[in-house]
Design a protein around this ligand. Structure first.
Ligand SMILES: *[C@@H]1O[C@H](CO)[C@@H](O)[C@H](O)[C@H]1NC(C)=O
Ligand SMILES: *[C@@H]1O[C@H](CO)[C@@H](O)[C@H](O)[C@H]1NC(C)=O
Ligand SMILES: *[C@@H]1O[C@H](CO)[C@@H](O)[C@H](O)[C@H]1NC(C)=O
Ligand SMILES: *[C@@H]1O[C@H](CO)[C@@H](O)[C@H](O)[C@H]1NC(C)=O
Length: 402
């Protein structure tokens, strides 16, 4: 997959084989470089148009047109209920959290790739592989896979991007027709059920990409764009942090740099399009990352760990996901019982559950074949408020690629 990682960022990618160019940028800027591929031409020409909720002609069934004739881009699916492709990744010690997040996110319509990076011990990775293989439901439905060729992932380093692209490629190849790609880590957790999420997403255009971003990089120009960093994960098998070399570089002028959230939900055509440069996706961006995250003001490198004290704000945010949660954090139990109605170690009830029995159970008696049968609950109402607010906002058009 590294080969197809020249997604709009050829120079960054080709570096891999060329020692003199081994220099890599900070994670946000690496991501920004990917994003910048969308933006070479636009940015000046965004006119505002009257607001029509869910009905904007250019986002509704918008099909990008490509200069590259040979590029084959799939259309968005026409199924009424969408399908999601999740990457859930973790590192050493995250095995249990990862299993819990996977179960809380599980729905038989979706596709899942789980990844424990190379820093995790062979035993821990084996344990997760066994769990994925031996869970009868996963076997029956066949929609959960472990990234077997694990990568070493350096936080903030370009190996984070290559790992995401690797998993996206696996999901494109093996995951059938999904509609959106969502990458999460073991310390993310859902605040709504998948029935809620699928229900609400079935009402919005499949082209929308949720990417919280800005080109106003401010202090980051100095602190993050100019320093030259090395990601040891590209060259060694021992995990260590990125390191800085004394030289600074000039900020590139050939493209615009963006910074933003590391959490996103990207449409399938966009993921496919990651291998070339074009502005076609600009109008499909929704400037939000679908997460509740509690940052310091001004933000530090890491957000706060969420606890029961944050519960109310979490729910009121209407966001479908939240982070960051410590391992076995008690508020997760509260989310399980109050928001997801999930029993300890169980799956999240929804339309696909055979829910005839009065008793509570952790594993469905039988996975219902009709996965289009959704039972959205209060979470769907919350999420609908968030998404319709975003899409119908007066400044929706003004917030693309800014
Ligand atoms: C999602 O992918 C992007 C791009 O690789 C990465 O920067 C970000 O850290 C990832 N987020 C998570 C939660 O893994
Ligand atoms: C994006 O939307 C603007 C405003 O409606 C429109 O003028 C422009 O042509 C659109 N760009 C693309 C690539 O669809
Ligand atoms: C499952 O059944 C219980 C008891 O009959 C009911 O209260 C609950 O709403 C059902 N859950 C779903 C998701 O249908
Ligand atoms: C599956 O469920 C959906 C929604 O309840 C319903 O419209 C559809 O007819 C069902 N399909 C089958 C084959 O039962």
């Amino acid at each position: 997959m590294e080969n197809s990682n020249n997604n709009g960022n050829n120079s960054n990618n080709n570096n891999k084989q060329q020692p003199q160019k081994k220099k890599k940028w900070f994670f946000s800027l690496v991501f920004s470089l990917l994003l910048s591929t969308l933006l070479i031409i636009i940015s000046i020409s965004i006119a505002s148009t009257p607001t029509r909720f869910y009905n904007r002609p250019y986002i509704h069934n918008l099909r990008p047109k490509f200069v590259e004739q040979e590029l084959h881009v799939l259309s968005t699916s026409s199924e009424r209920i969408p399908r999601l492709a999740y990457l859930i990744s973790g590192s050493t010690g995250d095995g249990e959290s990862l299993k819990r997040t996977l179960k809380a996110l599980y729905h038989p319509r979706n596709q899942y790739a789980v990844h424990l990076d190379l820093e995790a011990s062979a035993d821990e990775r084996m344990e997760l592989a066994k769990f994925v293989e031996s869970e009868p439901l996963f076997k029956q439905v066949g929609n959960v896979r472990m990234v077997s060729k694990a990568n070493l992932v350096t936080y903030r380093g370009p190996t984070m991007v290559t790992n995401t692209l690797h998993a996206a490629a696996i999901l494109l190849k093996e995951g059938g027709d999904w509609d959106w790609f969502i990458n999460l880590s073991a310390s993310d957790y859902p605040l709504v059920t998948q029935d809620d999420l699928l229900h609400v997403l079935s009402t919005i255009p499949r082209d929308l990409n949720f990417i919280e971003h800005t080109s106003d990089i401010g202090w980051k120009e100095h602190q993050r764009a100019k320093p030259v960093i090395i990601d040891p994960g590209l060259y060694t098998v021992q995990k260590s942090d990125v390191f800085w070399v004394p030289e600074k570089r000039n900020v590139p002028t050939a493209y615009k740099l963006f910074t933003g959230s590391a959490w996103m939900m990207l449409s399938r055509p966009f993921i496919e399009f990651f291998i070339c440069n074009a502005p076609e996706f600009c109008n499909t961006t929704v400037n939000h990352d679908l997460h509740f995250i509690s940052w310091d003001n001004p933000p530090k490198q890491h957000p706060h760990f969420l606890t029961v004290d944050d519960y109310q704000r979490m729910v009121e945010s209407n966001a479908p996901f939240a982070r960051k949660f410590g391992r076995s954090e008690p508020v997760l139990d509260k989310i399980d019982s109050e928001l997801l109605r999930r029993n300890a170690d169980g799956f999240v009830p929804g339309g696909w559950f055979n829910n005839k029995s009065k008793s509570v159970f952790t594993v469905p008696h039988r996975a219902v074949a009709n996965t289009s049968d959704l039972r959205p609950g209060p979470g769907a109402e919350r999420l609908k408020r968030l998404i319709s607010g975003l899409i119908s906002a007066e400044d929706f058009d003004a917030k693309h690629c800014i």
